[in-house]
Ligand binder design. Sequence first.
Ligand code: ASP
Length: 332
Amino acid sequence: MTYFKTFWTLLFIVKGYFAMEPIILIHGGAGDISDSRVKGKFDGVKIAVVAGHKILEQGGSALDAVEAAVVSMENDENFNAGYGSVLNLRGEVAMEASIMRGEDLNVGAVTLVKDFSHPISIAHKVLTDSPHSFLGGEGAKLFALEKGFTTVPPESLISENAKKALEEFLQHGEFGRTEIGMKNEAGVGTVGAVAIDKHGHIAVATSTGGMNGKAVGRIGDTPLIGSGTYADDNVGGVSTTGHGESILKYCLAHSIIKLMENGTDAATATREAVTGMTDRLKNTAGAITLSKSGDVGIFFSSKRMSWAYIKSNKIYYGIEHNQILEEDYISK
Ligand code: ASP
């Protein structure tokens, strides 16, 4: 009995010694983001990455960390998720989100959510509290109400920028031919987060308002597991952004996971899959990736993509191609 106890105590100590360094990597959307939007994006991704990292520092799970980072960006009109989401052709917000836990491949996703502030939190509840994986529209609303979420007036999620973007789209736009925010000030973007906690568990969350001027009822890549989001503790995690119809045809998130499964490193896998999608389907995208050992992959074929991560007491961030800015991160 004592031997048995000593064995477990030792195992515990050894496990603690080799605990993973927690990492969180986020993006704030890929697209033709205007210069006037860059500062708002940088501020927003820095706040969100810190919100997620705080949870990891306190020993919280990767799943809670990615949710917290995404919630932060859903509150921020600089991003196309939650408040500030782009509008469909009827001038409505219709949001989508997905979340995945790499430990057991469990998932939760929602789509066509119109009157809740945080679709990602409803998706998280689908993961933990529903026998199903993906709920849409009326059903997602009924589930959310049952789980204690409160509705907000749909108009309260609409920003002035989103209204302007739809007006411009109706005058000049062609769905799918332009990147979000092109030629106007509404350069917003889908948001996503990938994290590894100190136990080495990986989780990924992605949330969006979709594409400006989308058809009523259009569902994109973001809530689709394998396209917008994928997490597997045995391999890594990926969140994507960009042209939804292309990302879903290419199963972009899972394409990156597949390459890593076959031995490709996170950075190469991310670059190869995003480039492969763009070559094949002639539309742009971006992705963020963490491997199970904490290697980072960030790549986009769009003009810009905002991203940030915290690793070894530094915040790294950027928005242009080949740009890596860094600041010290002192946790408070
Ligand atoms: N992928 C999103 C969609 O098509 C848009 C984005 O990433 O900005 O719904």
